[in-house]
Design a protein around this ligand. Structure first.
Ligand code: ATP
Ligand code: MG
Length: 390
């Protein structure tokens, strides 16, 4: 009960007049992520957000883990509350930060007062506590410029808080502040990373997955649901729209030139994702495409897939090398699941010689054989929606 989490807000403090709505969004997101950890009071003051447990049943470790993944927070620390008294703060520092104080070689104390009626100035308070800690921990010497450990003392209206340096937060902007997008989630490495990156920039996401049963197995679908679940600690709860894609693929294989198969299939993916986007009120699509990675990820292929959909297509990993994408996948914990060896709907029907640059009119000619609207309607009608919770 006497421990709280302090969070430093990121870019949103720069947003001037919008600041209030940014903070409100962040507080709402925090509150939702904290639900499974107990009952908390969350509020912000002077670009710091306070997460206070309402009773002793709160799981502070779980809350800490949840807040480390909250987009919009640049730094966070656990702080111990105590009486607004110089010796109470000293004793709290000695016990609460005992391990850090015993192992650091250099330190300083920084004090802040929101309560201006406190009888000492910030400098006097820092000097007093710093001097006493110096005496109590012989391993420590003072370094005001580049200390290993900074002991922070904050005298606020109703209590004082003691904490060490903040740890890095998730950064970015609060999820939802930038609107909603539909992310095309395959079972690969790239699309979970792309989704995570756009959520980090403040987008709420719906996932679309194209499923080619029986060419791809139920395990392949479970893997995608698991990938969605793995990013919910950052993105919040998600809906995965599982689109039955087999009929469209069989239709393409039956009636279209094999070398155009991939690009035609991807145009259907975009059309269907776009329809899902209209339905859920999303303003963009997200894909894990990276320029030049495979035949369907050239500029001209992107032009042709983008042409069937009037929403912007966000491709956050477009300029990244595979290694860079893998590094993020490992950091966010999706990599090990992504590399599980289940077939993807794209690999099942891969043409032997995909056309890199279709001629003008070629795509339209191939599609002229198809009842595009009917195929899209039927796929959309049979979407299975799966809720994925953190
Ligand atoms: P990933 O690692 O994300 O699977 P990839 O390198 O395998 O990407 P492609 O298979 O060409 O590349 O897919 C490019 C993008 O198209 C994916 O990042 C994803 O956004 C989308 N996509 C591909 N297959 C599917 C699918 N079955 N369901 C939903 N989206 C898909
Ligand atoms: Mg793939």
């Amino acid at each position: 009960m006497d421990e709280i989490i302090l969070m430093k807000l990121g870019e949103l403090v720069l947003k001037g007049l919008n600041r209030r709505s940014f903070e409100d969004k962040l507080i709402a997101n925090a509150q939702r992520r904290l639900k499974h950890c107990g009952s908390f009071k969350v509020y912000s003051k002077q670009s710091t957000m306070y997460v206070e447990p309402k009773d002793d049943s709160c799981d502070m470790d779980a809350a800490w883990e949840a807040m480390k993944r909250l987009f919009g927070v640049v730094g966070l620390s656990r702080a111990r509350a105590c009486a607004k008294d110089k010796d109470a703060m000293l004793e709290t520092a000695k016990t609460y930060l005992h391990e850090k104080l015993s192992t650091a070689r250099t330190f300083k104390v920084e004090a802040k007062r929101a309560d201006k009626t406190f009888p000492m100035t910030s400098i006097e308070l820092a000097q007093y506590v710093g001097g006493e800690l110096h005496d109590a921990f012989p391993n420590l010497s003072v370094d005001v410029h580049n200390p290993e450990l900074t002991v922070h003392l904050e005298v606020r209206d109703y209590a004082a808080f003691v904490h060490a340096d903040p740890e890095p937060g998730a950064g970015g902007l609060p999820v939802g502040i930038g609107g909603r997008a539909v992310s095309l989630l395959s079972g690969g490495i790239d699309s979970p990373v792309a989704s995570w990156m756009m959520a980090k920039r403040g987008l709420a996401l719906d996932m679309v997955h194209f499923f080619s049963y029986p060419y791809t197995s139920p395990e392949a679908k479970d893997k995608v649901i698991e990938l969605a679940r793995l990013i919910t600690p950052w993105c919040g709860r998600l809906t995965v729209h599982v689109v039955p894609f087999t009929k469209i693929q069989e239709e393409l294989r039956r009636s279209c030139p094999e070398e155009l198969f991939t690009i035609l299939m991807r145009r259907f993916m975009m059309r269907i994702a776009c329809r899902v986007a209209y339905r859920v009120g999303a303003g963009a699509l997200v894909t894990g495409e990276s320029l030049g990675q495979v035949a369907s990820q050239t500029m001209s292929a992107m032009r042709m897939t983008g042409a069937v959909c009037d929403l912007p297509i966000l491709r956050p990993v477009v300029g990244m090398d595979k290694e860079e994408i893998v590094r993020i996948a490992r950091k966010i914990g999706t990599f090990e699941t992504s590399i599980l060896p289940y077939e993807d709907c794209c690999t099942v029907f891969t043409p032997r010689h995909p056309r890199l640059r279709p001629l003008p009119g070629e795509i339209e000619a191939a599609e002229a054989n198809l009842d595009i609207e009917a195929l899209v309607d039927e796929a959309v009608k049979n979407i299975e929606r799966i809720q994925v919770n953190p």
